[in-house]
Design a protein. Structure first.
Length: 345
């Protein structure tokens, strides 16, 4: 196996209070992820899920999540560490162990006996020096799947501390991120984190203007784009969307400076920054009967796409094909992004 370009993660509590953590950060890397860290409970049901065909996502309180988990307790399920950026980065780690990877987030205590997020990242060789550990309960995402559809309910848990983490350690985190060629940002459900992430990305732009920013805003941010979300959309070098999300935020994109990638069951459309025409990469839609894992397919696409061209300078068609192939394998229940799931609670 090729040697990784980044060292293993630092201690489980992430950045220190004395500001010295950035001094031992990796000197170079390929892709870092920024996102929520959730324990995913994925349930399959024979009944159609209302709104699942729209990739619906909504928040839940801890009390509501306990009731939801009781309601599905008798159903077959699998439990895995998740969160959009986490799934993307760990999939890249399995697909391309030669790449240098990192992560920024808040890791709460995982329920259900799940492995800790920092231990999982470390085992895969992902630098977790910018992951803040806390004794608060980790976020929980209940994904209810029916045929090829899925609906998500999320209790954010410890992820609500993300704004304090990135604001309080901004200089240190920017110093770490400036060593990466690309940074992949995904959504949070609270109101405080998007403005904090925008401040972080703007600081990173000043420190490392050559670092490429990838954004996967997801259903919630696209459905209700705040000023901060619109700022992140405009600041990104590449935005990954499905067709519904693109329709919701197309007016907030920056076509002169942003590559726009729109995913659909039958292919991918890409509009390069400054271009008027769309490039299209088509494929046969996967038959519904072959779809075993709809949850996380977009993250699998991001993993394949970003690993093929982290700086955006490669062949965008090849990157789109790589993303589509990774998503297809995930939907079939195979591939790197599907390999971490464990059966049972």
């Amino acid at each position: 196996m090729p040697e990784r370009r980044l060292p293993a993660a630092h201690g489980g509590r992430g950045l220190t209070n004395d500001g010295d953590a950035a001094a031992d950060a990796p000197r170079h890397g390929d892709i870092a992820g920024i996102g929520a860290l959730n324990v995913d409970v994925i349930v399959r049901t024979p009944d159609r899920v209302s709104g699942a065909d729209a990739d619906s996502e909504s928040s839940a309180t801890s009390a509501e999540m306990r009731e939801l988990l009781r309601a599905v307790a008798s159903m077959p399920r699998r439990v895995t560490l998740g969160g959009s950026a986490f799934t993307t980065i760990t999939a890249i780690a399995r697909l391309h162990p030669e790449l240098g990877l990192g992560f920024v987030g808040v890791a709460g205590e995982p329920p259900f006996g799940a492995e800790s997020f920092v231990e999982s990242l470390t085992r895969l060789g992902v630098d977790a020096g910018a992951v803040h550990g806390t004794e608060a309960r980790a976020g929980v995402c209940l994904a209810i799947e029916h045929v090829g559809n899925r609906a998500l309910r999320v209790d954010p848990g410890a992820n609500t501390a993300m704004a304090d983490h990135v604001d309080g350690r901004r200089a240190e985190i920017v110093a770490r991120l400036s060593r990466f060629r690309a940074v992949h940002v995904t959504s949070f459900l609270d109101d405080a984190t998007p403005p904090a992430l925008l401040r972080l990305i703007r600081a990173l732009r000043r420190e490392a203007p050559g670092t490429r920013i990838s954004l996967d805003p997801g259903d919630t941010w696209c459905a209700r784009p705040t000023d901060a979300v619109r700022g992140l959309l405009a600041a990104a070098d590449v935005v990954l969307l499905n067709r519904r999300e693109f329709a919701a935020v197309r007016a907030h994109l920056a076509p002169a400076t942003t590559d726009v990638v729109v995913k659909a069951p039958d292919g991918v459309r890409v509009r390069r920054a400054g271009a008027r025409a769309w490039l299209r990469v088509t494929h046969e839609p996967l038959p519904v009967g072959e779809i075993r894992r709809p949850t996380g397919a977009g993250d699998a696409f991001a993993a394949g796409f970003l690993a093929a061209s982290p700086t955006g300078s490669g062949d965008v068609r090849e990157a789109a094909r790589a993303g589509s192939a990774a998503a297809r394998e995930h939907l079939r229940g195979h591939g790197a992004s599907a390999s971490a799931a464990a059966d049972g609670l």
